[in-house]
Design a protein around this ligand. Structure first.
Ligand code: ACO
Length: 414
């Protein structure tokens, strides 16, 4: 075992060095025992809280691996369901394994009336992410027959259906029941459930299916992001998978995390309405006295291009071309990217567009409203959350419980 000698208060302390596949880390778990010192790392910027073999980001070079495979290869060659299998099981499925996997997902396609009734009572003013997390949390109580080992198939089947129901209710479309037919692909089925209207089935468009498939693959997993770490923390407390995923949905909703996709489009629309003066908004983002930030820019780990943003940009441009639509928002986004890349504030701080910068443009072209963007992100991230929840459970990781530096009053009397 490699050892790091840490010199504190006139003594060397021997701390083990942990070798990951790519990174090395100092194991400080015994530091307090040896030295009475704890470590301070707000935002966990330099702390590995776990070991994981699901995905890896090389932030300096802008690379992302799912179970070792580069995201670019996966996008070119795999479907969402195949990638979902890879993330959950560690390797790609053969024909029989994929067939079984799809059949298991499809076996949980029905939605009980009790769920319709529950949804009906929620006011339309409620944000779709709040509804999705609430229903996910109580989902298992609608169905007592669900076995633990099937719960991830159950979630993979139910969440797209529930998301479509949330959308349809909010936007006044009648409820229709679309079966997850074996012949229908997972992504096409999502679109059918969202957009079918009575007496007229949803017109299949392969460009839209391909764009949504790619976008959801890009979202499947991303190491220890805020929502995934939330799911892992709940799993470490041995919370059930439904409440853990529900908590992950709430974490994703935040504007600095997955909620940025809605915030980006709102920002781009504001810039457009304001006359499209991009430089004015760039200056605002640089002004430390102003709380405005360029949404869809910057990332904790990527200090280079986010490889997902590059792919999402290509997918957005391609879809808009194929659908023969003009979206002035895409022009604003592209010019914003060009101008920030030339600006020393952004280059010195290594701020590049992230996945959320172009994803909203794709959703808009598909016809998905702004307040449903983060719900779509959640559908993409679901397999990753499940894989992380299982990883913690299988490794019997200890409960996540960080320390703090107390800065309140010393003991005082009333
Ligand atoms: N616009 C302007 N300045 C920015 C931006 C931005 N979007 N992002 C970071 N900065 C600046 C900060 O002001 C800070 O400057 P300083 O060093 O002079 O104080 C510096 O860059 C570092 O930023 P931090 O906030 O310390 O970086 P952190 O890693 O904590 O945050 C985050 C990363 C939250 C993504 C941040 O870049 C941000 O707020 N971006 C906008 C929101 C967004 O797009 N979120 C989606 C992220 S991807 C995802 O979760 C799916």
């Amino acid at each position: 075992m490699c050892i790091i000698n840490l010199y504190i208060n006139g003594r060397y302390h021997r701390l083990p060095l942990i070798n990951g596949t790519f990174d090395k880390a100092i194991d400080i778990s015994k530091l307090r025992e040896y030295t009475k010192l704890i470590t301070f790392d707000p935002g966990l910027k330099n702390t590995a809280i776990t070991k994981s073999s699901i995905s890896f980001i090389n932030g300096e070079n802008g690379k992302l691996l799912y179970r070792g495979y580069p995201i670019e290869q996966i996008i070119d060659k795999c479907s969402f369901v195949e990638t979902c299998y890879l993330i959950l099981n560690g390797s790609f499925p053969d024909y029989k394994q994929l067939k079984f996997f799809k059949e298991k997902i499809n076996s949980f396609d029905s939605i009980q009336n009790k769920i319709y009734n529950f949804l009906d009572k929620i006011p339309n003013s409620c944000h779709p992410m709040a509804i999705l997390s609430s229903i996910t949390n109580i989902l298992s109580s609608f169905d007592n027959s669900i076995k633990n080992e099937d719960s991830h198939f159950y979630l993979l089947s139910k969440l797209p259906t529930l998301s479509a129901m949330i959308y349809r209710k909010k936007y006044g479309l009648p409820n229709i029941f679309i079966k997850n037919k074996k012949s229908i692909c997972y992504i096409y089925n999502i679109l059918k459930m969202f957009f079918s209207i009575p007496n007229k089935s949803y017109e299949k468009n392969n460009h839209i299916i391909d764009a949504l498939e790619k976008l959801l693959i890009l979202h499947i997993d991303h190491e220890q992001n805020c929502s995934t770490t939330t799911v892992r923390l709940l799993s470490s407390a041995r919370s059930n998978i439904f409440s853990s995923i529900s908590a992950g949905i709430n974490a994703l909703w935040g504007r600095l995390h997955g909620g940025a996709n809605q915030a980006v489009i709102e920002m781009l629309e504001t810039i457009l309405k304001d006359g499209g003066n991009i430089n004015k908004w760039i200056e605002k983002a640089k002004d430390k006295k102003n709380s405005f930030r360029l949404m869809g820019f910057g990332h904790r780990i990527y200090k280079n291009f986010d490889p997902r943003a590059k792919i999402a940009k290509y997918v957005a441009e391609n879809l808009i071309k194929k659908l023969n639509i003009y979206d002035p928002i895409l022009d604003i986004a592209k010019n914003l990217e060009i101008n920030t890349l030339k600006d020393s504030y952004f280059s010195e701080k290594k701020l590049y567009p992230n996945i959320d910068f172009y994803s909203g443009i794709i959703y808009q072209a598909i016809g998905i409203p702004k307040d449903m963007f983060t719900v779509m992100f959640a559908l993409g991230r679901l397999p990753g959350w499940i894989a992380h929840w299982i990883e913690i459970k299988n490794n019997l990781e200890p409960i996540g419980r960080p320390r703090q530096i107390y800065i309140g009053n010393k003991k005082r009397n009333i």
